[in-house]
Design a protein around this ligand. Structure first.
Ligand code: QAP
Ligand code: CO
Length: 178
């Protein structure tokens, strides 16, 4: 497997939009597998292709405890959303920082799988929030876009500084404070 490099906020490449996938071949399935392994390696529950500098509408998610229930979303579209909630989110592209964001607790989506088959699915709670977060990535949006400009700027500066110092996320279980 190839471990992919994850882009970090405020990298402008995270602002690109994903293009619809229209070729469902071995290459796509290989990319999805590499993204999944990269996500497991980094202790993540969701990763969008945009985060590894690939401009495709492809997402991998696994919220299971045992890391054995991967979900692949290709060309996902939210059909319905209901019940607003506040959820404390993080992101592999904003490592070590966590903020409360307003989301919906229940969504239904339409998506394709890695073979191009179209499916509808329903999601609640953590999975629903994860899907909304990851679809945002495909549109160049990050969870920090929902917090104040001041907080977002401080996080950007801190990540740049920590990166220069080679100190970005030495321990994933200890968040930075802003
Ligand atoms: C998005 O986030 C998400 O800061 C996925 O040091 C987050 O996988 C959806 C991670 C919350 C729903 C709720 C973050 C790993 C992983 C870090 C992630 C870190 C190491 C974040
Ligand atoms: Co993210």
């Amino acid at each position: 497997m190839d471990k992919l490099k994850i882009l970090h906020f405020p990298d402008n490449r995270l602002r690109q939009k994903g293009l619809d996938v229209d070729i469902f071949d071995k290459n796509l399935r290989n990319l999805a597998k590499d993204m999944l392994e990269t996500m497991y390696d980094s202790k993540g529950i969701g990763l969008a292709a945009i985060q590894v500098n690939i401009q495709k509408r492809l997402i991998v998610i696994d919220i299971s405890e045992e890391k054995n229930k991967p979900i692949f979303l290709v060309n996902p579209i939210i059909l319905t959303k209901k019940n607003k909630i506040q959820f404390e989110e993080g992101c592999l592209s904003v490592p070590g920082f966590y903020e409360k964001v307003e989301r919906f607790n229940n969504v239904t989506i339409k998506k394709q799988d890695l073979y191009g088959r179209t499916l509808e699915m329903e999601a609640d709670g953590l999975l629903a929030v994860c899907i909304q977060h990851e679809i945002d990535h495909l549109d160049g949006k990050l969870f920090v876009d929902y917090i104040s400009d001041m907080k977002r700027d401080r996080i950007a500066k801190k990540i740049k500084k920590l990166t220069e110092q080679g100190k970005l996320m030495p321990r994933k279980d200890v968040p930075y404070s802003i």
